[in-house]
Design a protein around this ligand. Sequence first.
Ligand code: PGA
Ligand code: ZN
Length: 424
Amino acid sequence: MSKFKITKVTAREILDCRWNPTVQVDVWVNNEILGRADVPAGRSTGANEAKEIRDGEKRYAGLGVRKAVRNVCEILGPAIIGMDVTDQRKIDEKLRVTDGSKDKSNLGANALIGVSLAAARAAANAVHLPLYRYVNCNAHILPVPLLNLLNGGKLTSNDLDFQEFCIFPIGAETFSEAMAMGNAVNNELRKIVIKKYGKIAANVGDEGGFATPIVKVDEAMDFLVEAVGRAGYEKEIVYGLDCAATHFFNSETQKYTLEGNELTTAELLDYYKNLTAKYPIKTIEDPFAEDDIEGFVRATKELGIQIIGDDFLCTNPDRVRERAPLGAGNALLWKFNQIGTLSEALDAAELSYRQGFGIMVSERSGETEDPIIADLVVGLNAGQIKTGAGVRGERTSKYNRLFQIEAELGSQARYGGRDFRAAF
Ligand code: PGA
Ligand code: ZN
């Protein structure tokens, strides 16, 4: 007989950081142990992500999630009642089969992932372990934060074509030190952008980076480099970009529109070569569109830095299985709601590691204060996390959870640092 029986599953509509509704799920074990999880939402989404369900009614501009909540309470919940909560793979399989679609569109990826994560939390609580340790008894690596200090693309209202301009404090000694460095750079950056564009330049975008009305990629990079220099961390900090190229790719002309120019894959690659020669950029996410395999293969081979697949891989084991062996990218952006259950997301991570890929665990632009990715990045020993700038509560909740984990691990904690792809 199961010791840790799921006895009740409930859900409700709550809000994410964009004032849009999202799903929160409670999984109860033996009527006394609770696991709760919130579901994040993307805005700059890939076409191949699992599909969330939205109500499409007048309230909340169509974005209500009452249907998804009903699907949890009336269908997915009852389907897993009585199961052993520590049997994550079986639970997730049951969720998948109950949904019955390939992309989770029948009952909603936002319903499935909520149940899946709440079950994992409930299981960890039931066995009295922090979640990071429940998923991995060898969890000990604190991630390097890829700090998104300037926002563009779909995540803000300026005209920068790339979505995220980040600093990557690989030379810090610890996670805590990296966060303090990030703060020093951000303070300098605020002064720099205000001096050039006035006070309005220091308003922030969806992930907490400044939404300065910059147009040129080089100008954004120059600002970051100047801020890092003024803070005195040239030796410790390198740079990262999320180009989110799917969103400036025109599938009809098969060209990329960058700063008003129409570029082919080869021309965009040349652009990246110049850019990475000019600035110490060590990681680029989605440099090419979600199905531009050639672009990814060439970027991986010719740029010699970390090339991360977000829209390109969609945390989907099938896409990783197909694309990783081609040398298309060398890192996975890990977002569990792109696939819809925790076990499938863990499969995507395992497959990636076995192909020699790195893993960057990521927030979505629409987050709640649920810090679950902090536990999961340590659980995966991934060594890198992307969860925005430390100026908004739904981002600081992740960083604050990482401070707790760092303290809990004590002398066993190891910071990803310069070996962020393979620190042990
Ligand atoms: P999203 O964007 O969460 O809106 O999809 C973030 C990203 O592209 O990494
Ligand atoms: Zn991205």
